[in-house]
Design a protein around this ligand. Structure first.
Ligand SMILES: [Zn+2]
Length: 418
């Protein structure tokens, strides 16, 4: 696949790497270096690093995305991995660093089958937003917008672009749709740093077979958000990562990154009901426990789990080994109870992460230091997989999430937490 940003990226080949070498350096001005694709197929897989520029921020600082590429451009399966889109959700960035290091070893042994694109720091804008002693990486401070919402919906323009090309061959349909997605993005002119960031990320990912967007929650067990059409296909990923909840939805609202990649496939399947259009992008938001949970052992385990998943999917050569047992069931996002505080006060949790909750169970007591205490109870059954790490609440604040199985009447509109 051609580089979607030929004007603002440079690519240089690096020598084949051995174990424990550092990540490839950013390219120098030597853009005449041979492109990785030109190497003979018998050589170890190439590794390269691109820099995609972003408009300068308020302070005029130069910012950009560093994109690590492994394997052969255009080869399948194409895998896209990113972390830190919510820049204060830290574990994923270390997991992708670990994965990139291990992919260099895989590349040195010629074991990368397709193309693997890795962006360990997907949000340099958010990573620079620190004030009052805390990193603020979820919302852009300038606009107040959530970094993981507002991605372009490619489906309408792509449906129009491919209307004469969709036929009985699903492989040809997938290729035509992927090409139209890239043409649609190439025809857009994003303005400002945030929209440029969204545009770069979507262009890197939208034509991939597999997209993993690594996040974390305030205080949580590993869990995943993905499209209803992608389950049970994604259960090998859930099993490898030891996920304890999987939330399914066709359209969660707000157009988060994972749905911007996968959602067009089911929109197009609906638009062309008589022709085969598979859900060709396995796109998942992976929540790697708690925002600040960055233990070395967890980083290594999560990296190994994702690499094992990629091996199972044929992106890496070799045996994946026995698949771990899946320890959760997938449930509808409409059935996930957001445990919402009705009053202001200090939160005393009674339920622990991982507890199996029954309807009516006490989740927390909210205590007013000058007055009463208020009980907050579950109104569904399922696993409590997330809590808030700051035990202070006000009316409307989400202090917990329960993966229930029965859709709840209040779960309409935008289904994700802001
Ligand atoms: Zn997040």
């Amino acid at each position: 696949m051609q580089d979607p940003h030929p004007t603002d990226s440079t690519t240089s080949a690096t020598p084949d790497t051995a174990a424990e070498t550092p990540l490839p350096e950013a390219p120098t001005a030597d853009v005449s270096a041979s492109h990785p694709v030109s190497k003979p197929a018998s050589q170890p897989s190439p590794v390269s690093r691109d820099h995609l520029a972003l408009p300068a921020g308020g302070a005029g600082a130069e910012r950009g995305l560093e994109v690590l590429r492994f394997g052969t451009p255009g080869a399948r399966p194409k895998v896209y991995l990113q972390a830190g889109l919510h820049a204060d959700e830290l574990p994923g960035m270390l997991v992708l660093r670990e994965i990139a290091l291990r992919l260099q070893e895989e590349a040195a042994h010629g074991k990368i089958v397709g193309e693997i694109v890795v962006v360990p720091v997907a949000n340099p804008i958010g990573l620079a937003q620190h004030g009052f002693g805390v990193l603020q990486g979820r919302f852009e401070t300038e606009s107040g917008e959530n970094f993981n919402r507002g991605y372009p919906d490619l489906a309408p323009a792509v449906a129009q672009a491919v209307s004469g090309q969709i036929g009985p061959d699903p492989v040809a349909n997938v290729a035509a749709i992927r090409a139209a997605m890239q043409r649609t993005l190439a025809g857009m002119t994003p303005e400002g740093a945030l929209d440029t960031l969204r545009h770069h990320l979507l262009a890197l990912a939208c034509d991939a077979d597999i997209v993993l967007d690594l996040h974390a929650d305030n205080q949580a067990l590993v869990h995943m958000y993905t499209g209803t059409a992608l389950w049970p296909d994604a259960q090998d990923l859930a099993a490898e990562l030891d996920a304890r909840a999987v939330l399914l939805c066709a359209l969660s609202g707000g157009n988060p990154f994972d749905e911007a990649c996968s959602g067009p496939w089911w929109a197009l399947a609906e638009a062309f009901p008589d022709q085969p259009i598979p859900p060709a992008c396995l796109s998942v938001t992976v929540e790697l426990r708690s925002n600040n949970d960055v233990a070395e052992r967890l980083v290594r385990d999560d990296a190994m789990a994702i690499l094992s998943f990629l091996r199972r999917r044929g992106a890496l050569a070799g045996e994946a080994g026995v698949m771990p047992r899946l320890l959760c069931v997938a449930t509808p996002l409409e059935a996930m109870q957001q445990v919402i505080a009705p009053v202001e006060g200090i939160v005393l949790y009674h339920a622990r992460l991982g507890d199996t909750i029954r309807d009516g169970d006490l989740i927390a007591t909210i205590v007013d230091p000058l007055g009463d205490s208020t009980e907050v109870r579950a109104h569904t059954e399922g696993v409590l997989f997330a809590r808030h790490d700051q035990p202070f609440a006000w009316p409307g604040k989400v202090i917990g999430k329960i993966a229930g199985a029965t859709p709840l009447p209040e779960r309409t509109g935008n289904l994700l937490t802001d």
